[in-house]
Design a protein around this ligand. Sequence first.
Ligand SMILES: Nc1ncnc2c1ncn2[C@@H]1O[C@H](COP(=O)(O)OP(=O)(O)OP(=O)(O)O)[C@@H](O)[C@H]1O
Length: 458
Amino acid sequence: MSTPHPLLLVDDDAAFRKIYGGLLREAGFEVVEAADRPSARAAFNARDFPLVLLDLMLPPDGSVSAGLESLATLLGAKPGTKFIVVSGAGDTRHTLEAVRLGAYDFLTKPVDPDVLLVVVQRALARVTLERQVETLRTSLTRAAGGVSMVGQSAPFLAATTMAERVAASDLPVLITGENGTGKELLARAVHLKSRRHAGPFVPINCGALPESLLESALFGHVKGSFTGATKDHRGLFAEADGGTLFLDELGDMTPSLQVKVLRALETGDILPVGADLPVQVDVRLISATHRDLGRMLQEGAFREDLYWRVKGVEVRLPPLRERAADLPLLAKHFLNQCAHLCPDGRARLLSDAAAESLLAHAWPGNLRELRHEMQRATVLAGERREIQPEDLSFTGTERPRPSTTPGAATLAQKVEALERREIEDALRRLNGNRTHTAEALGLSRQGLLKKLERFGLT
Ligand SMILES: Nc1ncnc2c1ncn2[C@@H]1O[C@H](COP(=O)(O)OP(=O)(O)OP(=O)(O)O)[C@@H](O)[C@H]1O
C-alpha cells in the first residue's frame, strides 16, 4: 500500500522545518511538525510515528537536559519508534548521551540534505524490518500447536488474550461472533493450550443435523434402538472423553435437546439412545454461536440454566470490518496458503489498488469470505504477479463477468447465480424491504446494498 510514512519533525527553528520538512515531503513522507516540547509530546501521543527527528534544545526552556529527559520518556512510551537527534555543531557530548539513551542516530547542523535522506531511509527500513519480525513472532506464537491465528489489531488481541488466559483452566468457554470470524479455529487453539491438549478435540455443528440425528450423534445409541441402528455407536460426548467437545452453532439446538445436553453437563453422565445405564465422561465444553443468546433467552428460545452452564467465560471474536488493521496481514496469509494454485507456485501479491478495494469492502462473510476471495483472485490472476481489483468478485469489474444463466460454467459463476436468486427471492418475500432482507440473509445492510448494485438489482 502506498500510504506515506508519517514522520514527526520537532525543531523550534521555523526555517529548518520549512526546508527539511519540504525535502522530506518531496521524498514521499507525511511530515507533521512541532516547534516545542509540549506540542511534540501531544503529536507523538496522538498517533503512531515510526520516525521522529528531534532537536534536543527546545522551548519552553531550551535546556539540553530537559531534552534528554523527554527523549527517554518518549522512548519509554513507544520503544519501537526510531529517534534521530538533530544537534548543533560541537554538541557531541549530548548527542552521544542521546544515543546512549536509545536514539537511533544523530545529525549535526547544518544538515546535508542527502545525508538526511539516507539516514531517514535507513531508520525507516529498520523500523519496517523490526515490525515484520514482530508480526512473524506473533503469528508463530499463535501457530504453536498447529493453529495459526493471524492478527494484531486491538479487538482481535483482546479476544485471543482472553482465550489464552482461560485455556489452562477447565472452564467452559462460549465463543461468539459472526459467521466466518474464526470461532472454530479459536476453539482448537484453546484446546491445544489446555491441559487436555493430548486428548481429542471433537467438533460438531449443532445446526447441521435434525434433532434426532444430533441426539444420537452426541450421546450415541445402542444397536436396535431405532431403525438403522445396526450397531452400537459411542457418540461424540464419549469420543471427547479426556478432551474437548466443541458444540458449534449451539444457538441452533432445539429446546428438548438443550435439556439433555444440560443434564449431561451437570452430571457428567450421558445416556446413549436406547441404553439403560448412563456412561461417565470427562469432557471440557467449548461452544460457539453467531446468534444473540441473550436475546434468545428473553424470547424463551434458549434455556437460561444451559446458558449459564456453557457460558463460563465468553470470548467475542470481532467481525473483520472491526479489525481492518489486520486485513493486509490476513490477505497475505491466505495468499501464501494458496500459492500452490499458481502456475509458478509463488504466492501472488496485492497491488495497492486491490488492497484499497479490500479495505473498502464490508466483508459480511468475514475471514472465510476473505480466504475465498484470495483463492479466487489467485486463480484469476494466472501468470500475473499482482492481484488487481478486477480479480475481486465485489469490485463489479471482475473477469469473467458473473453469469446468471443456468449453463454457467465455473463454480464461482454458479455460486453467484445462486446468490442472486436467493437475494431476489428474499426481496420478493419481504416486499422489497432491504433491512429485513439483509437480516433474513445474514448480511449487513451495507453488504446487501453492494450485492444489489453488483447484480444490477437497484
Ligand atoms: N485469525 C485467523 N488467522 C488465520 N486464519 C483464520 C483466522 N481466523 C479464521 N481463519 C480461517 O478463516 C476460516 C473461517 O474460520 P472458522 O471456520 O474458524 O470460522 P467460524 O467463526 O467457526 O465460522 P462459522 O461461524 O461459519 O462456523 C477458516 O479457514 C479459518 O482457518
